[in-house]
Design a protein. Structure first.
Lengths: 477, 308
């Protein structure tokens, strides 16, 4: 019998990896339930963020203990407080003082300051001594230079030339060492020059599962300054800026006394980063957790549904290179996760901004905010890929979904009930570290940086994928 | 390279159970080859090994001269239907074919062609979850034909089809083979292959029991037996057994006689005055031939089952 060999008459184009990705995308979008899940992931997240914004707007209308807003930039919360006793300086000047003694704890500050105005957030430069952390030079919210480790009594000096402020220190008032220099282009011709004291509030953080309460007890600091020598065009009268106290404070002992070249200043409030300010962006983006859970379930089903129905065999028939099937799936579900996460984050942020939450949200285009929004997309994508890999390894939908949700959510819940040091390690080492990408503000409880945290989650996803690929090649389908 | 399936020395065990034991065969082009054996004989394992779903412990399986894993667009090389109900129930049938086509870079127009070819037409836009077993089989065959492959391998394709569907698939398989394709069709019922298979691979306990043409098998199973129709059954049996024949009763009026030629039987019966209404060479059915072939294998299996 002679037969001519049959040849396929159907042309193939792009049977490579691109074709596989298209095939997996077709799979994803042709199950209506899955598309609904993705849409619901975005809509529910945004909806919850909107409801939360509405609630927050009503609850927090009281504001911050009656005081004026302290942070001029919500992304870099800064306490520009403390007690400042000053004289008006016109043009250049040279301030020298000896800090004789100070009390108020290790981070109490006493020294010299030149600032543009009394208002918090105005340009300033200050040199100070602390009981336990040496001499420091501060300006704005970002400049914080360390000098020697000297404590009082010690000499401090601040000179203004044009718009340049230079800080120096000396153990004896004769031999001066520079601490730092800063350029303040916005400094007006008339500035305020004088002495200041500052001290951090005593903050008590009570953490319980899921909640935290922060209460502050005002701490007083008193410093005695001597050998005051201010040169320049100085107004004779002294002015005073004190840290505004709430209605709870009844016996206000803050103030100053001048006797010759000696001045005693007593005050409250700190000059430095506010590590306890709420991270409004992160709080708003918490709602994406709902979408995240939905995407994780979808990502697991994206592979386990194939195992349950035996369809995985069809997938491997169509593409005998099994690793490529899983990789194509990872690309598709990762892309879907990124899109859903980014949309949920953008929608939540936009709705919360429009709803006027207190504290107000920062500008969308500030880098920490953009990083948090885009990072949320990447986080959801990485979680989806992690879920896909776990689904591929376990092949059982409910177990795989539970496992991934536990890995992501339990550290979060457990951490809020643990001591801070233990909580930090939990948030550094578990996949939940990925949530760090939503941080926009440096806070006392920050366990890991945004990029590093996201990298930890991505590393988990990559490791799980590698293991899933390795296992898949060795098992019968 | 000629488009065929070649299996050489295939061996696969699952734990202590040997599923396929040193199996070798070639599926020739231009024919429908039946792959027959009792349930659990190793048919599915062999088919899964051919397409790389199971990793054989020893031996090779080639499709068109190459291992399945090396095929770039496998749908164009071999059409496979293993489990027709392995479809996501929420996905429309057409979309199920569409993702397969995309994965191998086949045009979407081909999807509509195969849908028409298997007669799914309007049903293709319904979710596959509502499909009957017969419709699933048709969808599975459509998937196998997607790449217009020169080799087809279908596991129990007749399963779940109605009589009209069975007639349809027989015609389809024959026409596909007539175009020069190699067609391998498995079944645990030999009768399903009657009238469609040209060649048979009979497998029992993972071993090849027979690799033979259907015509040759029938001829050998029919042997030299003669079918005799008579209403004087007892008398006829007495006469014939006395002459050394082996006689089997198949129904009230029919006897199957071995060890004697038809001429000798006529002579004996007329000599003894036994009337008969018909005499013909016995034609075995494929089922009978198959039962004979696999009897040993099945018996051994039953014994082994008791022993363990």
């Amino acid at each position: 019998m002679t037969t001519t060999a049959y040849r396929s008459r159907v042309e193939t184009t792009g049977a490579g990896f691109g074709g596989l990705v298209r095939a997996e995308l077709t799979k994803l979008v042709t199950v209506p339930r899955w598309l609904l899940t993705l849409a619901a992931a975005v809509l529910l997240s945004v909806l919850v963020a909107g409801l939360a914004a509405l609630g927050a707007g009503q609850d927090n209308s009281g504001g911050d203990g009656g005081g004026p807003p302290v942070a001029h930039n919500p992304l870099e919360p800064f306490q520009d407080r403390g007690h400042f006793v000053h004289r008006e300086l016109t043009g250049d000047g040279d301030l020298i003082v000896r800090v004789d003694s100070q009390e108020g704890g290790g981070w109490a500050k006493a020294g010299l300051m030149i600032r543009a105005a009394e208002e918090p957030g105005a340009d300033y430069a200050a040199v100070m001594v602390t009981p336990e952390h040496g001499v420091r030079f501060k300006s704005g919210t970002g400049t914080d230079l360390a000098g020697s480790s000297a404590a009082s009594p010690t000499w401090l000096r601040l000179t203004l030339t044009g718009t340049t402020v230079t800080a120096l220190e000396s153990p004896d008032g004769i031999n001066w060492t520079g601490v730092g220099t800063v350029e303040l282009p916005g400094l007006p011709a008339k500035t305020l020059a004088g002495l200041f004291v500052a001290v951090p509030d005593e903050v008590v953080v009570t953490r319980q599962f899921g909640t935290e309460s922060i209460s502050g007890n005002t701490v007083e600091t008193t410093a005695v300054f001597g050998s005051l020598a201010f040169t320049g065009d100085l107004a004779p009268e002294w002015g005073e800026r004190e840290h505004p106290t709430g209605p709870a404070v009844t016996d206000d002992r803050t103030g100053y006394t001048v006797s010759g070249t000696a001045v005693t200043v007593t005050g409250t409030g700190d000059l430095g980063p506010d590590m306890f300010s709420p991270d409004a962006t992160r709080m708003t983006l918490t709602s994406v957790l709902i979408g995240l859970c939905a995407v994780i379930s979808l990502a697991v089903l994206f592979i386990t549904a194939e195992y349950r129905r035996g369809m995985i065999r069809t997938s491997f028939l169509v593409s005998p290179a099994r690793g490529r099937v899983l990789l194509a799936k990872a690309i598709v579900i990762g892309g879907a996760g990124f899109a859903a996460g980014l949309l949920a984050a953008l929608g939540s942020f936009a709705l919360a901004s429009a709803g006027g939450v207190v504290p107000p949200l920062p500008d969308l285009f500030a880098w920490p905010v953009l990083r948090a929004l885009i990072g949320t997309g990447v986080m959801v994508a990485a979680a989806a890929i992690l879920a896909l890999a776990v689904g591929s390894l376990i092949r059982h939908s409910a177990v795989a979904i539970a496992l991934v949700l536990l890995a992501l959510l339990v550290p979060q819940v457990a951490a809020s009930g643990l001591p801070l040091s233990a909580a930090n390690w939990v948030e550094r080492l578990t996949p939940a570290a990925g949530f760090a990408v939503q941080q926009t503000v440096a806070r006392y409880d920050v366990a890991i940086g945004p990029e590093a945290g996201l990298a930890v989650l991505c590393a988990y996803a990559a490791a799980a994928m590698a293991f899933a690929l390795w296992r898949q090649k060795r098992r019968d389908a | 390279m000629e488009a065929t399936i070649e299996v050489r020395g295939l061996h696969k065990r699952f734990g202590p159970t040997v599923a396929v034991d040193d199996l070798s065969f070639t599926v020739p082009p231009g024919q429908v080859t039946g792959f027959v054996g009792p349930n659990g004989a190793g048919k599915s394992t062999t088919m899964r090994a051919i397409v790389g779903l199971d990793r054989p412990d020893r031996g090779t399986a080639l499709v068109g001269g190459r291992p399945y894993r090396d095929l770039r667009a496998p749908l164009r090389e071999i059409g496979v239907m293993l489990d027709a109900s392995a479809i996501h129930p929420g996905r429309r049938a057409r979309n199920h074919l569409l993702w397969m086509a995309r994965a191998n870079g086949l045009p979407a127009s081909r999807v509509d062609e195969v849908i028409e070819l298997v007669g799914l037409g309007s049903a293709a836009h319904r979710p596959a979850g509502g499909y009957s077993l017969g419709m699933c089989q048709r969808l599975g065959i459509a998937a196998a034909l997607l790449g217009d492959p020169p080799v087809l391998m279908l596991d129990e394709p007749v399963n779940g089809l109605d009589p009209e569907g069975i007639r349809w698939i027989r015609g389809l398989l024959r026409s596909l083979a007539a175009e020069g394709r190699a067609v391998l069709v498995s079944s645990h019922l030999m009768s399903e292959l009657e009238g469609s298979a040209d060649h048979l691979l009979v497998i029992g306990r993972g071993r090849l029991v027979a690799d033979t043409g259907v015509r040759e098998l029938l001829a050998s199973a029919s042997g030299d037996r003669v079918e005799l129709r008579t209403d004087q059954r007892r008398e006829a049996m007495a006469v014939l057994t006395a002459a050394g024949a082996t006689v089997a009763v198949t129904d009230a009026e029919t006897l199957v006689v071995a060890e004697l030629t038809a001429a000798r039987i006529v002579e004996l019966l007329t000599g003894s005055g036994v009337a008969f209404s018909g005499i013909a060479e016995h034609r075995a059915t494929l089922e009978e031939a198959y039962m004979e072939l696999t009897r040993d294998a099945v018996e051994f299996r039953a014994l082994a089952g008791e022993a363990s």
